[in-house]
Ligand binder design. Structure first.
Ligand SMILES: Cc1cc2nc3c(=O)[nH]c(=O)nc-3n(C[C@H](O)[C@H](O)[C@H](O)COP(=O)(O)OP(=O)(O)OC[C@H]3O[C@@H](n4cnc5c(N)ncnc54)[C@H](O)[C@@H]3O)c2cc1C
Length: 399
């Protein structure tokens, strides 16, 4: 049996090793179009490689993904987090769990993962062909005719496609030509641009917030990071993932409503503020902040509400308090465009999940063609690096 693996990323190496381990007589050939196999593994998790997440239970793990929950639940039931941990342990890569659930090699170095995958591929005599792109696959009797960028055409009995995600529709053209339905791809992890909005002066400030995308049912909670271009952090990245489709339809021009008190209700905030004003009636409002918000952020809100930070709490008229409460629980911003978070993006869409078996990853349209993916394990990873930069504790909300 000849097996072609297309793509030398994490999914490609894992597939090649599994194919050869389960079919020791098979000839397994892995094609990688660049000269850098496992390039993304090297940079993942800030160079530490966030291998998986300590979320045991297929249902719970799947519920943390914005789409494809049923498919993922079935897939995770076949190969769970514990299987991943054991798989790496058998290859001398022990994983450790951080406080937020993210799991890294104990070496804190993605090279441990790369070495384990490469060494095993070599030991199993898997042929890794670098700078060799697959440009087409066609059925030829009961085999596949695989066309390569060097003008060669080779025959294989099984083909495993592990080319990773891509937001460009043309990437999927040869899979479409085989009869697959392509769900239009959409970027699914990005930050929000707010050109010219004064909030950007607060870059680096983190506030626990609830974000709602106006006119949709997309809502997320978590730390929000103000950046020099707009907003980022877990609350924003999560909203971008859940709202990927609707935000693409709107051309990334939309309004967001932000509650800067982690979702506290208006009534509760009013009560809190009134009690605070009574208790600290002789203190300057700029120095006696009722919600333990970052000082720079509190000054920004006061300024936006038109309240002098030198005023005494007892002098603040009711209408100013109402304005402050409105800003804290119901602030609004206009988003004009998106930015990818470095190169870390996830693509929604691609081959329809209806056409892939979650049990085997085999295509239901083209027998003996397999379409596995390596799922992004967590939204904790990019967030953690932002937070470390600003000396805050990382809080990962998603598995
Ligand atoms: C900066 C960064 C940080 C990340 N951090 C994390 C993290 O901490 N945790 C996490 O879970 N995920 C993280 N990710 C995402 C993670 O990298 C992906 O989930 C994972 O790499 C996907 O693996 P893959 O094998 O499916 O695809 P890829 O890694 O994209 O591999 C696909 C390979 O196929 C090759 N290829 C494509 N087309 C062809 C063709 N026609 N012929 C031959 N070869 C082809 C490509 O060159 C590539 O090498 C991060 C990504 C980035 C960019």
């Amino acid at each position: 049996m000849r097996v072609a693996i297309i793509g030398g990323g994490a999914a490609g190496f894992f597939s090649a090793i599994s194919a050869k381990t389960n079919h020791s007589n098979a000839e397994v050939v892995l094609f990688e179009k660049t000269d850098k196999p496992l390039a993304k593994v090297r940079i993942s998790g800030g160079g530490r490689c966030n291998v998986t997440h300590a979320c045991h239970g297929a249902r719970k793990l799947a519920s943390n993904y914005p789409r494809g929950e049923r498919f993922l639940r079935k897939a995770f039931e076949q190969f769970a987090v514990k299987d991943t941990v054991d798989w790496f342990a058998q290859r001398n890569v022990d994983l450790k769990t951080e406080l937020d659930g993210r799991m890294f090699p104990t070496t804190d170095d993605s090279r441990s993962v790369i070495t384990a995958l490469m060494d095993e591929a070599e030991q199993l005599k898997i042929q890794v062909r670098l700078k060799c792109a697959v440009i087409g696959i066609e059925r030829s009797g009961d085999r596949f005719q695989v066309s390569l960028s060097n003008d060669c055409v080779e025959l294989y009995d099984r083909v495993i496609v592990t080319t990773g995600g891509s937001p460009k529709p043309e990437t999927y053209s040869w899979l479409k030509a085989l009869g697959h339905t392509i769900v239009p791809p959409a970027p699914s992890l990005f930050t929000f641009n707010m050109p010219a909005d004064p909030i950007r002066e607060l870059m680096g400030v983190v506030v626990p917030a609830r974000v709602r995308i106006i006119g949709t049912d997309v809502e997320s909670k978590g730390p929000l990071l103000i950046t020099h271009w707009g907003m980022s952090g877990p609350a924003i990245l999560r909203a971008s993932a859940w709202g990927a489709r609707v935000l693409q339809e709107r051309g990334y021009n939309f309004s967001v409503q932000i509650n800067w008190l982690a979702g506290m209700s208006e009534d509760h905030a009013r009560q809190f503020l009134t009690e605070h004003a009574d208790e600290f009636d002789r203190k300057q409002i700029g120095n006696a902040n009722p919600f333990t918000l970052p000082k720079r952020f509190w000054s920004f809100i006061l300024n936006k509400a038109g309240v002098s930070s030198e005023s005494i709490w007892s002098q603040i008229p009711k209408k100013d308090k109402n304005r402050m409460i409105d800003l804290l629980t119901n602030d609004r911003y206009e988003v004009r465009g998106k930015t990818t978070f470095k190169e870390e993006f996830v693509t929604a869409g691609g081959i329809s999940l209806e056409e892939v078996s979650p049990f085997t990853m085999q295509s239901t349209v083209v027998p003996e063609l397999y379409l596995p993916v390596r799922c992004w394990t967590s939204m904790g990873s990019p967030v953690a690096s932002i937070f470390k930069r600003h000396g805050q504790q990382a809080i990962s909300q998603a598995c």
